[in-house]
Design a protein around this ligand. Structure first.
Ligand code: SAM
Ligand code: SF4
Length: 462
């Protein structure tokens, strides 16, 4: 099936942006009031929020995003770890250390035994969710290598514990390949367009299959056609004007909603980070400063309230703290971006520099001290609450009655089995305080689930 890619329409984006480049106070207020209804925003509304500049209005935007985050997600933050299986790549993305011609890194594709070892290292830290990541060149088995790798992650275990959800970030596939990936029971298929601006896309992708913009922008269509319900999309901020990218992201979301009745499950917001052997990565053509970055997160929270926002390990501790409050709902912790990095670290051969080097236990303690509940829950995926089913449940707010208690029970399981004594103490205080603040059904459910975990049960959720 050929898909028309006109849904990303540069001209209409430019027109909408210039129409709202200096919105008046009343217009901004109108959009923020609408955002608080939590039904999402139009492209024009998003343009208004990118056009305003008054510091007081910016504060109101942040307050609105915080209100939405608290109402829908409460204090929970889903935690995952990336697992890089190979840094072999046939593409030439000028911002990435893995690009084919970069001689400065050591190339490695993990074999299945090594993947199991890496997975065990993550299980030992307490992880339950893994994002499997690969360059676009597989060892001689070809795409079967990715399928085998997903299976290896699910098969690995350590002292009876296992990874419960494997999400995947690999190059665009055909519908048939996506069907095979779905058969391996992946959670989310994730793919970032990097930049939606065609001219910039062409400039930064100078070799390999990734040069084909249309093949990449239609990957979510093919994945959904193959029956993968949960799709993650994203932009690599720093390559082009973030205002344009936000509107294009909205056009992509609307297109998926039009074609499949449901938009993406998550949006990722990576910022360009320095990468070995890449000048572009150290000098982004459109750098996004910290305030703009917070604004991006806040605007997305208002625009698509029920879509998860993923913040990676690329951001510093301080930036993570600031953006949790604005709408981030998933974070990575204790990450390494070089294949084999959990057993032996070699940052030079990683994909980019990491802003946050702290071990998982420290990240978890820090998150808990801020009052956020690290969630290791995989309940929705296990119960088949994905895609439209997840959105149907999420929209009326009912998800809170599931996610809140499940976050607490999965966090308690982490505390009992993996936390240092210091983190355990901080965590248990938080769990008990949180249950005491709950009322009705969520309170009842949380108490029961946490008690079951404390009696030694694992993997309990509702
Ligand atoms: N090779 C596949 C692809 O390009 O889609 C999947 C894996 S690639 C390693 C995952 C993502 O890393 C890319 O989509 C890109 O957004 C991000 N990335 C690459 N270089 C980066 C850099 N210098 N800083 C931050 N993120 C980067
Ligand atoms: Fe390869 Fe992906 Fe890096 Fe591009 S971003 S060089 S495709 S690993």
């Amino acid at each position: 099936m050929t898909i028309n890619t006109d849904f990303i329409n540069d001209q209409s984006i430019s027109e909408i942006l210039s129409k709202h480049s200096k919105p008046d106070t009343a217009k901004v207020q109108e959009v923020l009031v609408k955002a608080r209804e939590m039904k999402g925003l139009s492209l024009e509304d998003v343009a208004v929020l990118t056009g305003m500049s008054d510091p007081l209005q910016m504060k109101e935007l942040f307050d609105t995003a915080n209100f939405i985050k608290d109402t829908i997600y409460g204090k929970r933050l889903v935690v995952f770890a990336p697992l890089y299986i190979t840094n072999l790549c046939a593409n030439e993305c000028t911002y990435c250390a893995f690009r084919a011609k970069n001689k400065a890194i050591v190339r490695r594709a993990l074999n299945q035994e090594e993947i199991k070892h890496e997975t065990q290292a993550l299980i030992k830290q307490g992880h339950k969710r893994v994002l499997l990541v690969a360059g676009e060149s597989y060892p001689k088995q070809g795409f079967q290598y990715v399928l085998d790798s997903v299976r290896s992650v699910y098969e690995a275990s350590y002292e009876g514990a296992e990874i419960r959800r494997v999400n995947v970030n690999v190059a665009p596939l055909t519908v048939d390949e996506f069907k095979l990936l779905k058969a391996e029971k992946i959670g989310t298929y994730q793919i970032f367009q990097e930049t939606y601006h065609r001219e910039t896309y062409k400039k930064v992708h100078i070799g390999g299959k990734k040069m084909d913009y249309d093949w990449r922008v239609t990957a979510p269509h093919r994945a959904m056609e193959a029956g993968i319900d949960d799709i993650g999309i994203g932009v690599l901020f720093g390559l082009y004007d973030y205002r344009f990218e936000l509107l294009a992201l909205m056009q992509h979301i609307r297109e998926l909603e039009r074609a499949f009745g449901v938009g993406p499950h998550t949006i990722s917001v990576p910022r360009l980070e320095p990468a070995t052997g890449s000048d572009l990565a150290s000098q982004p053509p459109f750098p996004v400063n910290d305030l703009e970055f917070r604004r991006i997160v806040a605007i997305l929270r208002c625009a698509v309230p029920y879509t998860g926002i993923i913040m990676s390990t690329r951001e510093t501790q301080q930036m993570r703290r600031d953006t949790f409050a604005l709408g981030v709902s998933q974070i990575s912790a204790g990450s390494r971006t070089n294949p084999g990095g959990y057993e032996e670290d070699d940052e030079i051969s990683g994909q980019f520099s990491l802003g946050d080097h702290r071990p998982m236990d420290e990240v978890i303690r820090d998150v808990a001290l801020m009052g956020y509940i690290p969630s290791f829950c995989t309940g929705c995926y296990r119960l088949g609450r994905t895609g439209q089913d997840f959105m149907d449940l999420a929209k009326p707010g009912a998800i809170k009655a599931h996610c809140g208690p499940n976050a607490l029970s999965s966090f308690m399981e982490y505390l009992n089995n993996y936390a240092s004594p210091e983190t355990y103490k901080v965590g248990v205080d938080l769990v008990e305080r949180t249950i005491a603040e709950l009322e009705g059904l969520p309170a009842e459910r949380a108490r029961k689930l946490v008690d079951r975990v404390n009696k030694g049960q694992t993997d309990v959720f509702c």
